[in-house]
Write a protein that binds this ligand. Sequence first.
Ligand SMILES: NC(=O)c1ccc[n+]([C@@H]2O[C@H](COP(=O)([O-])OP(=O)(O)OC[C@H]3O[C@@H](n4cnc5c(N)ncnc54)[C@H](OP(=O)(O)O)[C@@H]3O)[C@@H](O)[C@H]2O)c1
Length: 359
Amino acid sequence: MFSFSRSSLRHFSSSARILGRAVVYSQNGDPSKVLRVLTYPSVPSPPPPHSVNLNFLLSPISPADINVVEGVYPSKPAKTDALTLSGEANPLFVGGNEGLARVTAVGEGVHTLAVDDWVIMLKQQAGTWATDRTVTVADVAKVPDSQFLTQAQAATITVSVNPPTAYNMLADFVDLESGDWVVQNGANSAVGQAVIQIAAARGLKTINLIRDRCNLDALKERLHNLGATHVLTYDQLADKSVREDIKQWTGGKPIRLGLNCVGGKDTTNMARLLGNDAHLVSYGAMAKQPLSIPISLFIFKNLTCHGFWQSRWYIKKPLEEREKLMQNLVTLMKEKKVREVISHLHPLITLLTSVAGHS
Ligand SMILES: NC(=O)c1ccc[n+]([C@@H]2O[C@H](COP(=O)([O-])OP(=O)(O)OC[C@H]3O[C@@H](n4cnc5c(N)ncnc54)[C@H](OP(=O)(O)O)[C@@H]3O)[C@@H](O)[C@H]2O)c1
């Protein structure tokens, strides 16, 4: 997650206008080679009609953002969203898909937003690794109840893709009721931790699979504190006797939803835990191994496999659905059922010194 504090910005001495800064690239490639930090003239104020000026407060850096810079992700920034500056031969793309921003000025005809409102981006790949940008009002949505949230909380639930992904995967595939069971791998991932918390808030029980490690007990304890019902390593699951334990835990109740962040043989073992008419939802491929599912699970257990992509959800769903999702997540945060998760906060000023090309 980036933070863009104004204290890190310089002013034009002649006009006293605040300069904008952005993390940009003009061609895809290794992020450590193609990314640079650019200082650019401030956005016009007031902005054009039906537009707003934004000052980004926090912007996530997710694995998918890195893939976009590498050019290997299906979503790509549009050239029209690039920064157009004189003297640059190629369009300059601004990194970042999502961000929590404060409205700093509104253009004529904007009635739904006011200065100081917090907003998130509705448009994909709008270039959020920037201090200030002008966007059309249709490209942003107001964060509800923002007066009850810290910046970190608002960013965790509204601009990080992870809690929305977790929320939707728990809601969209199986009609789960309190007391039902869900199994997931990659349970300590950001998405996995959101799954644990949202499931617990709904009264769902979770079996959480993680890789073995030297500080395993500490991680297990952390996941239990978030609301995990059981935590197992993939190695433990490979031992068939554990399946008997799991039957005892569930009281023989079929597990009808499995969430796959990883792929490979550990997911095959996880799929074997699923009961009749279950759904296996894949959203990540961290092991970089194909998914292999025994055909018997399809024939005899009527297993259904899906892929889930939150970006597709945003494209397909109307604005009202997105606002409802945001409100539901804000409520969970206000009720302290979902904790803020920001793994590392990098002020832009730190980045200025760590990214080589700085213009
Ligand atoms: N489809 C969607 O809409 C959507 C939305 C959000 C995220 N995602 C995807 O979900 C995945 C997780 O994202 P995140 O932001 O939650 O990641 P994250 O917090 O960085 O966590 C990564 C997870 O992957 C595990 N992992 C890494 N390499 C592995 C390997 N070789 N074998 C098994 N596990 C491995 C890590 O376990 P260790 O701690 O043991 O390393 C950790 O649990 C990514 O693939 C991301 O692109 C998809």
